[in-house]
Design a binder for this molecule. Structure first.
Ligand code: DX5
Ligand code: ZN
Length: 213
């Protein structure tokens, strides 16, 4: 599955950008929410997301790079989120925050930074709908894919099997058409791509990503 990250979209022309996402039948729309605190960048908030919700029926995959995400889950639900992924180091009671997301009828995910270990999610894995492997340090689009992420994806795949979890593996950062195949082969179910999709050939890129298998 492909989840274009609108962090790299032309924000002055979202109607056109969303037309292409609809036409290309993107599986999810990946929305990076940043608070300038958990990560050194600031991006979208709930009111903008609510406006964008009018432009498509494609599920909204929210990647919350914010401190204390638990305080904003309900608001993001109201804005139209379908999936919410949070970072463990941003919330004090991870299980409680995951339960809150699920109780509100959304899918829940946990994001693992490049320097973080997957062992810490071993027990909560059964409760998750997805695990987001960060293949760059969170905060910006257009960074280079960190190669050791491939090993982490393989290990996570094993762990998911071992724990009999249904969680999907989503990979985020530095994914382009030319390295997508090896990320899929390592075990990814969903690829996020921002700078690898938006630009001159957005629609064509979505289609090409969807053809890789
Ligand atoms: C980075 C974000 C990514 C970002 C990916 O913090 O989580 O979703 O938009 O951008 P590219 O695909 O350009 O690396
Ligand atoms: Zn992201």
């Amino acid at each position: 599955m492909i989840a274009p990250s609108i962090l790299s979209a032309d924000w002055t022309n979202m109607q056109e950008e969303f037309k292409k996402l609809n036409q290309g039948q993107a599986d999810y729309i990946h929305i990076d929410v940043m608070d300038g605190n958990f990560v050194p960048n600031i991006s979208f908030g709930p009111s903008l997301i609510k406006q964008l919700r009018k432009l498509t029926k494609i599920p909204f995959d929210l990647h919350l790079m914010i401190m204390k995400p638990e305080n904003y889950i309900e608001e993001f639900k109201k804005a139209g989120a379908d999936i919410i992924t949070i970072h463990p180091s941003a919330t004090l009671h991870l299980d409680r925050t995951i339960s809150l997301i699920k109780d509100l009828g959304m899918k829940a995910g946990i994001a693992i930074n490049p320097g973080e270990n997957i062992d810490s999610i071993k027990y909560i894995l059964k409760k998750l709908d997805l695990v987001l492997i960060m293949s760059v340090n969170p905060g910006f689009g257009g960074q280079k894919f960190i190669d050791y992420s491939l090993d982490k994806i393989r290990d996570l795949k094993e762990l998911i099997k071992e724990k009999n979890s249904k969680a999907l593996i989503e990979v985020d950062g530095g994914i382009k058409l030319d390295n997508a195949k090896e990320v899929i082969e390592a075990g990814a179910d969903i690829l996020v791509s921002g700078s690898g999709i938006f630009g001159e050939n957005t629609l064509e890129n979505i289609r090409k990503f969807k053809e890789i298998n």
